[in-house]
Design a protein around this ligand. Structure first.
Ligand code: PEP
Ligand code: MG
Length: 589
């Protein structure tokens, strides 16, 4: 029996809010003990059949979860996540790999499934891209469901009796969807990241969640009282009465602030001295458009199109692109949608097609436009889809990972050829579609003045820019303490980019994570950024920070911090100033 003592667990905040209640433990752990049996050739067909039946049962269960999700007004747009799981189940490459092992290695279906899953997880682990890595969870959820159905272990219905905080190793999107919102106060899980689908659903359901707690299931007893703080990522187990009183007070002020921000979400972000800043949303799935717009986005500043290429056995056809983009562009109009072309590496794309070619250093390898310039057919297909969609609303096109002028000229000439083809075929599109690039490689930031003459806009991708500038792999736990947007080198590259854009008379936005953190807003505005594009939940916060500040004061802050030598110095200065909480701080100095 675990100790009923006060203790604190630290994890990753996945959905903001505070919950206080009893713990309900749910066992969703990976099934480690399953039969490993060598079979004779006569039993091969039986095992293949058993696996086929498990796929069918899993499909039925996921369909049922999907129906439940669709009947829920707030989260119905996330039913597509379960659609992805259904696609994975019907993807022949999964069944083919399992059946191949059953037939060739003469092993039972459970064993073959576990080996296949391990292979897939290893393939994903070798990928440098955080976004793709987080998608491995989906494969694991699907495989675990298959395993439970194979060995006949019941899948828990999660019948929660009272209002409780769910504690589990992990929760699949299907599990999350099946939970009864009236009875669930919050989620605490051992694993998972802030961009996992479960976190997305928790966000939409507006249920506080903390993930990545590592030892939650090991150190929490059923019935323990928990304070779950989804804002800072902390779970307090068996808190004192004083702690409960303190958090009840915090909950009231959090709800108050959120309510006020929600009411103002659709109002523009204008500084106290009348300077307007455009705030847009980032999008990964077309189904998220409504949520992003409802949170006050004035258009889509970054539509990542990678998802279209994943979890399928082939590359998307022109119409797959066209219909996906058209639905977004139409929903977002009259605002603008910036569609970013494919930012996957060759290995990642092959991986989704079941053929793995590993690169030693994929983050610096054949990815994004480097890949597109090699596989021009795949690139042209996407460009045709984007151009056709541009006929249906305000659309811009954006190229990722540009490192120099030659590359940019090449992608632009392919775009021109594609436009020419469509024109010849009599297909409608916006002939003046704006073309922009992401500034996310230091070389591009340094020669921003040269690049600015070639494009209509810039968007600064700080996620990659910081990683490449400081030479740190953000997925590497040993060096990620060095990952800091306030490093003077990063700030100088951002400033150089903004100045170059303005000298050339073009707009410059930021769409990396840095754009969504309010503490950086005064610095970015002071440097002259025209637009901030961020995830749905940060939009109202960034807008509110903008309304509190004064652009002249921001400019003097920038002058001041540019004299500082370290990120720590700048960070402590910004924190002190913002924490003063003086509404007039940002007035003219
Ligand atoms: C970035 O690099 O900042 C960015 C927005 O692109 P991604 O996170 O998709 O690499
Ligand atoms: Mg990037």
């Amino acid at each position: 029996m675990k100790q009923r003592q006060v203790h604190i667990l630290n994890g990753v905040p996945a959905s903001a809010g505070i919950a206080i209640g009893q713990a309900a433990l749910i066992d969703t752990r990976k099934i480690e003990r399953f039969p490993k049996i060598r079979i004779t050739e006569e039993l091969v067909d039986d095992e293949v059949q058993r696996f086929k039946q498990a796929v069918k049962t899993s499909e039925n269960q996921i369909r049922e979860a999907k129906t439940q999700l669709e009947s829920h007004n707030v989260v119905k747009e996330h039913a597509f996540i379960l659609e992805t799981h259904l696609m994975m189940l019907s993807d022949p490459s999964l069944s083919d790999r399992v059946n191949h092992l059953i037939k060739n290695d003469l092993i039972n279906a459970e064993w073959a499934l576990r080996i296949t899953l391990q292979e897939i997880e290893e393939d994903f682990a070798s990928i440098g891209d955080e976004y793709i890595k987080s998608r491995v969870d989906d494969t694991t959820f699907v495989a675990e469901r298959l395993m439970r159905n194979l060995i006949g272990k019941e899948i828990e219905g999660f019948h929660i009796l009272e209002k409780s905080i769910i504690v589990s190793h992990d929760l699949s999107p299907a599990d999350t969807a099946m939970l009864n919102k009236q009875k669930v106060l919050g989620f605490a899980t051992d694993v998972g990241g802030p961009t996992s689908h479960t976190a997305i659903i928790a966000h939409s359901l507006e249920i506080p969640a903390v993930v990545g707690l590592e030892t939650a299931t090991a150190s929490i007893n059923p019935g323990d009282i928990l304070i779950l703080d989804g804002i800072s990522g902390v779970v307090i187990v068996n808190p004192s009465e004083n702690q409960i009183a303190e958090y009840e007070q915090r909950t009231r002020s959090f709800l108050n602030i959120e309510l006020k921000l929600k009411e103002k979400a659709k109002q523009p972000a204008i500084t106290r001295d009348g300077h307007y800043v455009k705030v847009q949303g980032n999008l990964e799935f077309k189904e998220e458009v409504r949520t992003v717009l409802d949170h006050g986005a004035e258009g889509i500043g970054l539509y990542r199109t990678e998802f279209l290429y994943l979890n399928r056995g082939d590359t998307p056809a022109e119409d797959d692109h066209f219909f996906a983009y058209k639905s977004v562009v139409e929903a977002v109009s009259p605002y603008h949608t910036i569609i970013r072309t494919l930012d996957l590496g060759g290995d990642k794309l092959n991986l989704s097609l079941g053929k793995v070619q590993k690169e030693i250093n994929p983050v610096m390898g054949l990815r994004a436009i480097r890949f597109c310039l090699r596989e021009t057919d795949i690139f042209r297909t996407q460009l045709r889809g984007i151009l056709r969609a541009s006929h249906y609303g305000n659309t811009s096109i954006m190229f990722p990972m540009v490192s120099g002028i030659e590359e940019l000229l090449k992608v632009k000439s392919i775009l021109e050829e594609t436009k020419h083809d469509l024109k010849r075929e009599g297909i409608a599109f916006d002939e003046n579609i704006p073309v922009g690039i992401m500034i996310e490689i230091p070389s591009a930031a340094i020669i921003a003045d040269l690049l600015a003459k070639e494009v209509d806009f810039f968007s600064i991708g700080t996620n990659d820019l910081i990683q490449y500038t400081l030479a740190i792999d953000r997925g590497n736990e040993y060096v990620n303490y060095l990952y800091d947007p306030l490093h003077p080198a990063v700030l100088r590259l951002i400033k150089n980019t903004i100045d170059a854009a303005h000298n050339a008379g073009i707009e410059v936005a930021m769409c990396g994570e840095m754009a969504g953190r309010e503490i950086y807003t005064p610095i970015l505005l002071g440097m002259g950024i025209d637009c901030l594009s961020t995830n749905a939940f940060a939009i109202s916060h960034v807008k509110e920070m903008t309304r509190k500040i004064n652009i002249k004061k921001c400019q003097s802050i920038v002058e001041h911090i540019f004299d500082m030598k370290t990120a720590a110095e700048i960070d402590s200065f910004m924190n002190k100033e913002i924490k003063k909480n003086d509404p007039h701080f940002f007035d003219l100095a």
